[in-house]
Design a protein around this ligand. Structure first.
Ligand code: CO
Ligand code: ZN
Length: 335
């Protein structure tokens, strides 16, 4: 599981350019799924059919996004410095002095001029990517080329740090759940979605296509256990979080209860999640067609959207346990 997480996080796949991640995921799920397809937006859909169709069989969509935040070259000046626009939530305060890697293999440094006040954080348009070029002509990247943070995976005791833990750790949880799920009474669609970071776009179209009875996203949430964090409950090491609300959705209360009951019944630690900002693919599923009961299983993560996102191994393992427990049993929404 660890080595797959390392591989997943060290692969480059900004929104819209998920191909390398999709290749890796496809190789993993191929022997596990009954059916695999890629739709028009690039979502990879791995279906696990029910062992037996009964009146309790539900069509369930699990969504984990393959894309990561990134940068796109918008202009190159005469001296070969590249300006860029953001792909998703990229912030100058996290990227200054860092490195990025373009899909064509070129490395760039996030450069900056002098600061008038050393403590000020410049806006994105005051910084640039330095790819080592000396002129526009010898610049190895062009307008429209995309890059992502360049940082290797590290293990720090029971914690893992990497770029794009958002949401490759969710992708890992979905893959490992499919692996652990020998059989299910449900028709389960594991969807490895595209373009989440720019507005849950892949999940929107794939949910429309699948038309599920129920949707669960697997994504990261902000851990609030650092010195001056927002007043929220989520902590590393205390178990997967059951989302109740975030900036974009109110999770279906029936789904929340069902997830909590499963955690308690199977003695899996869990946390109640109210996230004060952000959202996930669960929002897109919930608002698909005439509406879908949806919830989200979140992995508590520190430093989300920085090049060093941190998770705890036990939370990852318990997320797999919880998701597998949910998919193995009859869905009881208390109706
Ligand atoms: Co994100
Ligand atoms: Zn995410």
């Amino acid at each position: 599981m660890k080595s797959l997480l390392k591989q997943l996080t060290e692969t480059f796949g900004p929104s819209g350019y998920e191909e390398n991640v999709r290749k890796l995921v496809r190789a993993e799920v191929k022997p596990l799924a009954d059916e695999i397809k890629v739709d028009a937006l690039g979502n990879l859909i791995a279906r696990k059919r029910p062992s037996k169709v009964t009146k309790d069989t539900k069509r369930i969509m699990i969504a984990a996004h393959m894309d990561e935040i990134g940068l796109m070259v918008s202009h190159i000046d005469e001296n070969g410095f590249a300006r860029f626009s953001n792909i998703g939530g990229v912030f100058a305060k996290y990227v200054l002095g860092g490195r990025v890697r373009f899909l064509n293999g070129v490395t760039g440094v996030i450069g900056f001029d002098r600061f008038d006040k050393m403590n000020e954080i410049p806006p994105l348009d005051k910084i640039y990517i330095d790819v080592g070029a000396t002129s526009k002509r010898d610049c190895p990247v062009k307008v429209g080329d995309v890059a992502a943070f360049d940082r290797s995976f590290v293990e720090m005791g029971n914690r893992f740090v990497a770029k794009s833990m958002d949401d490759r750790v969710g992708v890992l949880v979905a893959i490992e759940t499919l692996r652990a799920l020998k059989s299910t009474p449900h028709d389960v669609y594991f969807v490895f979605t595209t373009q989440e970071e720019v507005g849950t776009r892949g999940a929107g179209t794939s949910a429309f296509g699948i038309d599920p009875d129920l949707g669960i996203a697997v994504d990261v949430t902000a851990a609030a256990d650092t010195p001056n964090a927002f007043k929220m409950e989520m902590k590393l090491g205390k178990g997967p979080c059951v989302k109740i609300q975030d900036g974009g959705m109110i999770a279906d209360p029936r789904v929340v209860k069902w997830m909590i009951r499963a955690a308690e019944k199977n003695k899996i630690p869990y946390q109640r999640e109210v996230l004060l900002f952000g959202s996930t693919d669960a929002r897109a599923m919930q608002l698909s067609r005439a509406g879908v009961p949806a919830g989200c299983l979140s992995i508590p993560t520190r430093y989300v959207h920085s090049p060093s996102e941190m998770v705890e191994y036990a939370d990852v393992q318990n997320s797999v346990k919880l998701l597998a427990a949910l998919l193995r049993a009859k869905v009881d929404l208390g109706e």
